[in-house]
Design a binder for this molecule. Sequence first.
Ligand code: AMP
Ligand code: ZN
Length: 469
Amino acid sequence: MTALRLYNTRTRRKEVFEPLEPGQARVYTCGPTVYAPQHIGNLVAYLFADQLKRALLAEGLRVTHVINITDVGHLTSDADTGEDKLEKQAAATGRSAAEIAAQYTAQWKRDCERVGCLEADVYCKATEHIAEQIELVRTLEAKGYTYRIDDGIYFDTSRFPHYAEFARLKLDEQKAGARIGDVPGKRAPADFGLWKFASPGVKRQQEWDSPWGRGFPGWHVECSAMSVKYLGANFDIHTGGVDHIPVHHTNEIAQSECALGIHPWVRYWMHTEFMELRGEKISKSKGHTLVLDDLAARGFEPLAFRYFVLQAHYRQQQTFSFEALEAAATGYGRLLLQAMEVRDAPGEADPERIAPLRERFRDAVRDDLNAPQALALAHEVARDSALPAPERRALLLEFDAFLGLDLARAVPRQAESESDPAIDARVAEREAARTARDFARADRIRDELAAEGIAIEDTPSGPRWRRSR
Ligand code: AMP
Ligand code: ZN
């Protein structure tokens, strides 16, 4: 029997996972900044956290999973300059920051659910934890880790000897390369804002009173304050994208370890590689990027995107293209068809027969979440006609607890649209009504179909229908 091993960014090694409290894993995931829709690259970060959570559950652990929602304080530049992303979007659209945050939080949650992510136990918003953040900054101030400049209260990185360790930073080079335009008065380029004052003459939508004056928390403070509130001073795993290593997570560690006096504050840090979005014309004008709905509009189910992501290890850079997604959708369709063939197979699986395959699957997951290998084994089992159907069914259902591909219920897209000429005819009838601008009739047909559990999706290449679950 192997043990679950995870790659720990902190030590740059794969390590056996041992929770602080036996039987219980506590996980914090850096969540979305909700000023815009989360693009498919962002979703990769949550799909990775979901793989981790499912792997921990498969070990029989109880998992407490916290994801934060950044709705204030994340500036357009990581160097403490630039505008607050939420305030900027509010000014550009004339809408309130709260309304924008609510819209994109809802969209992000819905997209996570559509790609099969399990729900977190806690979703915590930065704006609802201002008091906790102020408290953390007060503690740091009392311990002598801060200084005040015109722009706000800053963390003095020279007071924390471990500062450069986590990201293997070269602070001397940072100093030499410090850009003009950085915040005046900052003592070192790595120092960062804990509490920022609203600029003189600027009325922000989101600002609060504090012991230092009116303003708002620096971005990193929320994660230190909220993770500790919901998971305790010391917890097991902290996740994010690789972009978080040199600044956001480095600063979280500095604040938390100095305020709490614990080293290491979090034992395992895990980071997902970026999905490469270039090479495809996916950047829309006005800075919008590809979102899940864009994939759906081209006829791709959200779970085909999940399958696509599972094809690469989380520490491997994956390049997105529609050709690659098409190939993934085909692979997923094949897996579903084979799963469907055994779904209703009568009879019980022989435990001895499935044990070795179950172990191979567990070994793949336990080897730092080797999803591509796990997926390959699912295919191997699904197409193995020498393996009796009940065994195949039992294994695929078990595997799906990690894969999250809805192998017990989902229907391949080809099978859906080809299998029912009667429904095709009524969808065509609705199209004809729409073309004739008889929208009342078109809507009536759509509603009738909806009542029968058939959902129509209008895509650029025409309507598609599916049985809603
Ligand atoms: P943000 O909303 O900008 O704070 O980002 C949310 C999450 O998405 C962070 O964990 C990022 O590291 C992650 N992320 C952003 N772009 C990508 C990408 N192309 N591939 C994978 N993760 C990404
Ligand atoms: Zn964070």
